[in-house]
Design a protein around this ligand. Structure first.
Ligand SMILES: Cc1cc2nc3c(=O)[nH]c(=O)nc-3n(C[C@H](O)[C@H](O)[C@H](O)COP(=O)(O)OP(=O)(O)OC[C@H]3O[C@@H](n4cnc5c(N)ncnc54)[C@H](O)[C@@H]3O)c2cc1C
Length: 431
C-alpha cells in the first residue's frame, strides 16, 4: 500500500464515516500514524441522502473527499480500499489493493441495509444507503414521472405513479414527505400531463405508529404532517414480498402495483470477517465492545459507531444506530488511544444524548430533546440549523443553505436530472 514505516504507532481506521472521521480529526497532531481505509474516497452525510433522491440537493453537497478531511495531519494516509479480512494473529488488514499492518485497529464500518432474509425485497426493491443508490432512486422517480406522461395503459400508469415506502423510521418519513412535496409543488408546474391526484404515496410500518424510536407526541405530529401532505399511512402492516412490481403485505386486502418500492425498514452491522467468534453479536452483526470500545477478546482492536454494540446503563440493546454515538465514540477513543500510549487507565464512554429529530416536508419537523418535545416550523428551523452545522465542509454548508433557500422561495427542486438512467441500466450498487 506504500505507507511508510515510522517510529509512530500505527492506527488503522476502517471507514471514513461519522465515527472514523471524528476519530481521525481528534488524532491530529497526536503521536500516531493514522491510516484510513474506505471503499469510497468520500465521506457521506447520510441524513441528507433522501434530499439527493428527491432532487433537493446535488450529491456533492452531502459528500466530502476524505483526503481533504485528513490533509491537516501530516502523519495521516488514505487508501481507497475495500477491507475483506482481518488477520488478528499477524495484525494485518487485508484489502482489494493489498495488506496493511496495524498496532491499533479501529473498525468503523457502519451498517448496511437489512432485508431480514426477504429475498424478493432484496432482489427487486430499491434502497438508499449510499450516494450512488440515492442517485439511482432519483433517476427512478423521475423516469417514472416521464413515462407516466405518455403511457396509454391505465394500469401501467397507476403503477408508475404509485410510490411505496416500507419503514416509517426517520428515513421513510423524510422520503415520503419529500415525494409528497414533489407532487404538491413540482408536478403541477412542470408536468401538466400528470394529475397530481393520480400520484399515491404509501408508507408502510410494522409498528403501531410512525417514527417508533421517537416520543408518542412526535409520532402523532409527524403522522399528522404526513397526512396533511396526502401520504397514505398503513400501520401494523408488514411487507411480505415484492415480485412482478406487486408489493404484498400481511393484509391480503392491501397490495400495491408499484414501479417504485423503497425499502427503508432496517439496518444491520457491516462486519468484517476474521475476528474471534465472541467478538461478533451475530443477530445484530455488530461487534461486542466494552466501555472503552475494545472489541471482546482484544486489547488493540476497537469498534465505534453503528458497528459497535456497547451494552450500558440506559442502553440494554446498545446505542441507537445514529450519527451522534459514532461521533462521540470517535472523539472519546482518540483520548483513550493517547492514554494507552501514556500508560494511563482508559476512561469509559458515556453517551450524551443530544436528541432526535426528523423533518416532514418543506417547513415541518419534529424534535425530541431530553425533556422537551416539539414540532412545527420552529422544529424545522432547528432541524435545518443542526444539519447545516454537522455537514462536513464549509462549501457544502454554503451550497446546501443556498439550495434550501432557493427551493423554499421558489417551491422548486432544482436537481431534477436523470443523469444516469436507472431503469434502462438496472443499476444496483452494494451498500
Ligand atoms: C438514509 C439514512 C438517513 C439517516 N438519517 C439520520 C439522521 O437523520 N440522524 C442521524 O443521527 N443518523 C441518521 N442516519 C444514521 C447515521 O448515518 C449512521 O448512524 C452513521 O452514519 C453511523 O456512522 P458510522 O461512522 O458508524 O458509519 P458510516 O457513517 O456508515 O460510515 C461507514 C464507512 O465505512 C465504509 N466501509 C464499510 N465497509 C467497508 C469495508 N469493508 N471496507 C472499507 N470501507 C468500508 C463505508 O464506505 C463508510 O464510509 C441515517 C442513515 C441513513 C442510511
Amino acid at each position: 500500500m506504500n505507507i511508510p514505516v515510522t517510529d509512530l504507532p500505527r492506527v488503522v481506521i476502517i471507514g471514513g464515516g461519522f465515527g472514523g472521521v471524528s476519530l481521525a480529526r481528534h488524532l491530529e497532531k497526536k503521536p500516531f500514524q493514522v491510516v484510513m481505509l474506505d471503499k469510497r474516497n468520500y465521506h457521506t452525510f447520510q441524513p441528507l441522502l433522501y434530499q439527493v433522491s428527491t432532487s433537493g440537493l446535488e450529491p456533492d453537497s452531502i459528500a466530502y473527499p476524505i483526503r481533504k478531511i485528513l490533509k491537516k495531519n501530516k502523519d495521516a494516509y488514505f487508501r481507497m480500499a475495500e477491507v475483506s479480512h482481518i488477520d488478528d494473529k499477524q495484525q494485518i488488514v487485508e484489502t482489494n489493493i493489498g495488506e496493511v499492518t496495524y498496532d491499533y485497529l479501529v473498525i468503523a464500518t457502519g451498517s448496511k441495509t437489512n432485508f431480514f432474509g426477504n429475498k424478493s425485497v432484496e432482489e427487486n426493491a430499491i434502497w438508499m444507503k449510499t450516494v450512488p443508490q440515492a442517485l439511482n432512486l432519483r433517476s427512478l422517480i423521475l423516469e417514472n414521472f416521464e413515462e407516466a406522461t405518455f403511457t396509454k395503459d391505465p394500469e401501467r400508469r397507476k403503477a408508475l405513479l404509485n410510490f411505496v415506502v416500507a419503514g416509517a423510521g426517520p428515513t421513510g418519513v423524510e422520503l415520503s414527505g419529500a415525494i409528497a412535496e414533489l407532487r404538491k409543488h413540482v408536478i403541477p408546474k412542470d408536468y401538466q400531463d400528470i394529475n397530481p391526484e393520480d400520484i399515491h404515496i404509501h408508507l408502510i410500518e410494522g409498528m403501531d405508529r410512525v417514527l417508533p424510536p421517537m416520543s408518542e407526541k412526535s409520532s402523532a405530529n409527524a403522522q399528522k404532517y404526513l397526512e396533511d401532505l396526502g401520504v397514505e399511512i398503513h400501520l401494523n402492516t408488514f411487507v411480505k414480498s415484492y415480485d412482478d412490481k406487486i408489493v404484498k403485505t400481511n393484509n391480503e386486502e392491501l397490495s400495491f402495483h408499484a414501479e417504485t418500492f423503497i425499502w427503508s425498514a432496517g439496518v444491520t452491522g457491516a462486519a468484517i470477517e476474521g475476528l474471534k467468534g465472541e467478538a461478533l453479536m451475530e443477530k445484530a452483526n455488530r461487534y461486542n465492545v466494552n466501555a472503552f470500545n475494545q472489541v471482546e477478546g482484544y486489547e488493540n482492536i476497537f469498534a465505534i459507531g453503528d458497528i459497535a454494540l456497547m451494552i450500558s446503563e440506559g442502553f440494554p440493546k446498545g446505542h441507537p444506530m445514529v450519527a451522534q454515538p459514532a461521533i462521540q465514540q470517535g472523539e472519546h477513543l482518540a483520548k483513550n488511544l493517547l492514554r494507552t500510549l501514556n500508560k494511563q487507565k482508559l476512561l469509559p464512554f458515556d453517551y450524551f444524548d443530544k436528541g432526535t429529530m426528523a423533518t416532514v416536508g418543506r417547513n415541518k419537523a419534529v424534535v425530541d430533546l431530553d425533556k422537551i418535545k416539539f414540532g412545527g416550523a420552529f422544529a424545522w428551523l432547528v432541524w435545518m440549523f443542526v444539519h447545516l452545522w454537522f455537514l462536513v465542509g464549509f462549501r457544502n454548508r454554503i451550497v446546501t443553505f443556498f439550495n434550501w433557500t432557493y427551493s423554499y422561495i421558489n417551491y422548486d427542486r432544482a436537481a431534477r436530472l436523470i443523469v444516469r438512467p436507472f431503469k434502462a441500466a438496472k443499476l444496483k450498487s452494494p451498500d
